[in-house]
Design a protein around this ligand. Structure first.
Ligand code: LFR
Length: 485
């Protein structure tokens, strides 16, 4: 039986990786070819992505991936975090470094947008949860900038890298759905929204869907990476969360998922969006997934809270810290892990302690106590999102799938099971890369539909099961402490 090799480029907020997926009839194997840091840089104008360094990492990764496959790759796919973009001038050259979604330029911008297009109407038309960094608000913040005035084209981050690799501009749909300029019912541009807000949709290249071809690696790229052409680039779910959800190894329909990493994205896969006022009030989003599905989920701060503390604490033995956190008193203090007050970098241990004090709870002091507070708070936010999503979408579940980097954190998985009162199936950790590989494999005729992709994952990937412990009353009580503020 033939085995094919696919390279998955997966860029996260703190690191990028190029993985090689080998797929045959009924087999799936993933190995890491290259990993590189993603270090945002603060310049006088604000926080920026170092996109040239990322592109250098992608080229290094493709070279390393090729070296494992005798220089022959059957295809390449790219996914990354969402919402951010690069602007190109009339010559197709990049105008400046892409702005980081944690840059404060969008502060107070949403209110101005809503003065023209009320938040309720915006939600009814796009189904996107409010987040200050949605591309729509970034574009509103940049309205008067010289860069936008000179821009002829806007490419979302994975589309920009694809463009550099192939010369073919496009706008991948799952990621486009995070701009707040897509109508989740038609899965096309929200023309009315763009017109009301005076946003020029001509900036965007034509929509592409996962599975569509996205060109061939340019000759120069082949030379630089030592690959033998032709190597096609295949459009995948270029939003990392879309790729991760595609790789949830569910065997039935009644599941919730939590994609864990810098963020926790917790919710459901649906056939149609939920655009009710109750859904807007609960700040659930309707992003698009594979095959026209809807990723109905809530953004939760995620392990960002811990990553930022670790940055402050300097060298720390993470295993030891998590062991100590596991022994620290449970649910002593919790914070609202959905709160945008935690969005910006810096001073995280102090900010967490402050939030505890403000809600009348004891302030955690030691790293172990703070870590416990973070993990309890994440589990609590997971519980709330999983519970509310089921109610709002009228879609009950009996298992929670946890995928992504957080699956390596056994304490977080167990606490999530406890909080949700449901079994947690944890894994795979590299879900985004696997979803990326499987969409390429499907486009090349090696796997069937989404359900077949998931069965293949369930059969081939190591998964860990966590049963819920205790009753959920303690979690209800902790939630009540947060809600009475
Ligand atoms: C996760 C993610 C989230 C998105 C956030 C910002 O990596 O893509 O889905 O809301 O990053 O882009």
């Amino acid at each position: 039986a033939t085995t094919r090799s696919f390279a998955a480029v997966d860029l996260g907020a703190s690191s990028g990786r190029v993985m090689v997926g080998r797929v045959g009839a009924g087999s799936l194997e993933l190995t890491e070819a290259h990993r590189f840091p993603n270090r945002p840089v603060r310049v006088p104008e604000g926080l920026r992505w170092d996109v040239l360094s990322l592109y250098g990492g992608v080229l290094d990764g493709l070279r390393a991936a090729g070296a494992r496959c005798g220089g022959r790759l059957d295809s390449v796919g790219i996914d990354s975090w969402a919402v951010d973009y690069g602007l190109l001038d009339a010559d197709g050259a990049l105008l400046g470094n892409p702005v980081h979604y944690r840059d404060p330029r969008t502060e107070g911008v949403a209110e101005k947008v809503w003065a023209t297009l009320p938040a309720a109407e915006l939600y009814a038309a796009t189904g996107l949860q409010y987040a200050p960094f949605n591309t729509l608000y970034q574009l509103a913040a940049a309205r008067e900038s010289a860069q936008l005035a000179h821009a002829k084209r806007l490419l979302l981050i994975p589309d920009l890298l694809t463009y550099w690799l192939t010369g073919e501009p496009g706008t991948e749909l799952t990621n486009a759905s995070t701009t707040q300029l897509i109508d989740p019912r038609t899965r096309d541009w929200a023309y009315g929204v763009a017109a009301r807000l005076d946003i020029d949709l001509e900036l965007f290249a034509p929509l592409r869907r996962p599975g569509d071809p996205a060109g061939l690696l340019r000759q120069r790229v082949l030379e630089e990476t030592g690959l033998t052409g032709p190597v096609p680039v295949t459009t995948v779910g270029s939003h990392d969360t879309a790729s991760a959800v595609a790789a949830v190894p569910a065997t039935g329909e009644r599941f919730a998922y939590i994609c864990t990493g810098t963020w926790s994205l917790a919710g459901l896969e649906l056939d149609a969006p939920v655009l009710t006022e109750a859904s807007r009030a609960a700040n659930f989003t309707n992003e698009l997934g594979l095959d026209g599905t809807v990723r109905y989920l809530r953004n939760i701060m995620g392990l960002w809270l811990l990553q930022e503390c670790l940055r402050e604490w300097g060298e720390t033995d993470l295993g030891e810290l998590l062991r100590a956190a596991g022994e620290a008193p449970a649910l002593r203090s919790v914070v609202d892990a959905g709160d945008a007050v935690f969005l910006a970098p810096g001073r995280m241990p102090e900010r967490i302690a402050e939030a505890c004090r403000e809600s009348g709870q004891p302030a955690p002091g030691t790293p172990a106590e703070i870590t416990r507070c973070i993990l309890d708070s994440l589990a609590l936010a997971h519980r709330r999102a999983v519970t509310e999503a089921q109610e709002l979408a009228d879609h009950p579940v009996d298992v929670v799938h946890v995928v992504g980097g957080g699956t390596r954190n056994a304490l977080l998985c167990q606490l999530t099971a406890d909080a949700c009162g449901l079994p947690v199936v944890a894994g795979p950790a590299e879900a985004a890369a696997l979803g990326n590989v499987l969409v390429q494999a499907r486009a090349h005729g090696l796997v069937g539909d989404r359900a077949a992709m998931r069965r293949l994952l369930a059969r081939t990937q190591p998964l860990e099961r966590y049963e819920p412990r205790g009753d959920t009353a303690a979690w209800q009580a902790a939630q009540a402490r947060l809600s009475t503020r």
